[in-house]
Write a protein that binds this ligand. Sequence first.
Ligand code: ZN
Length: 485
Amino acid sequence: MWACVQRRAPAPGIAVPGLYTQPTVQTMLIAVRARRVIPLAGEGPSRDPRDLFSPPRVLDDHVVVIRGVFLDGAARVLPLVLAGLRGGVIEAVEPMDAFRRRAGVPLADLGDVTLIPGVVNCHTHLELSHLAGRTVLGGGFVPWVKSLLSLTGAGAGAETPPEARASALADAARQLAACHTAHVGDITAVAPAAVRRALQAASIGCSHFAEVFGYRFATPGGEPAAPADTAALWPQAMAELLADDVMVDVEGDAEGGAKGGPGAPFPVHPDAALAGHALYSTHPVALAAARRWCERNHRVFSMHLAEHPDEVEFLTTGRGALADLLAVRVLPPGFAAPGMRPVPYAAELGLLDEGTLAVHCVQLDAADIRLLAESGAHVCLCPRSNAAIDVGAAPARALAEAGAPLCLGTDSLASNHDLDLWNEARALRNLPAGHDLPPAALLRLLTARGASALGRGDIGVIAPGRRARLALLPQDFSEALGTTP
Ligand SMILES: [Zn+2]
């Protein structure tokens, strides 16, 4: 990130006067001009579907003025702006005529394009990127997850060399950058630090969700136990993130006592939160504890919800292909299914409100849609992952019309062809009539609504004070949005 550019210093003990020249680090203004800018600023979170579907305000021939800390001045900056459209903070959004009165601010004219906020991919598993093309698709969830476990589980014979993982991760970050991704919400269990480094190299922000999974959790004494609201719940991923990054907050557990008390504090990475894997795979007490922790620490809680028919069958009856799989690996002795559909069960556990990001939400009946929308939980749609695994299609339009706040995610490369969120929007647009969403709604899901779902007030719209993370509107959407002359 530009804000993190550091001065190079000579190596200690090697002083060669006259040979070392310091690069110039400057805080300065630069500007980009576009024929059209869709800022989406000032719209605010709204539960009214008319606000979601209405044409966005389009500013003709505007300039976005950006303040940033830049290395070696404008000569290095403008090519970076054109290549990546990332970095700095927005100083102003103004008509070209007004900008002409600013003297000495270098301007990059992007030409006949439409500038929008950088896109926000709300659900990825980037640490699975090396599994692209290696899982079983098209046969439903259980065959898919079995193939995933055969590649990642204990004793998996097909271990991928670290260099291949790193290379797949770097490719994934490049894919995200190529479609002007500003930020991702990434579920992590085993390699959060590697994910963070790959994204930082591509100037992409990340909300890390360290995933809580399973029915048995180690206590500080090492004994497996039902989870309580203690460090026993804490995923290893969070500790790894902290160890790798110097940007650390330390926050206490409000119910566990003051900082330094027993069971607390939990050191917290500023961009990290907890996720629960799913209702069928994870102890309900652990899910509720993770949710409460997120609430107390002002973080979004995320979980997979109502993704596939096997989940509904398992939770309502305790039977089916998922039950057989879980019995071998996950479920404790004497486990009894709750006998409820996923959405009411999640609501009963206290997992659904404005602070929750529920991912997939495919298997919903009319009552589920109402309950989900009334809860205020954000819903992340992943239509291409759902199609690839063959678990059905989320009732996107009905959710939108009920007032559920929606956003988009690609899911991982283990269940999708690429990480281009625009392709996700195209897939949603092509869903059968009654499920699809109009382009104006998709534009908001891709940007402002995604930022809101991840609790990020610093991105998602083009407005003074926000991060200058910008994207270009693809031509096919420009036409559909009516933004071309
Ligand atoms: Zn997922």
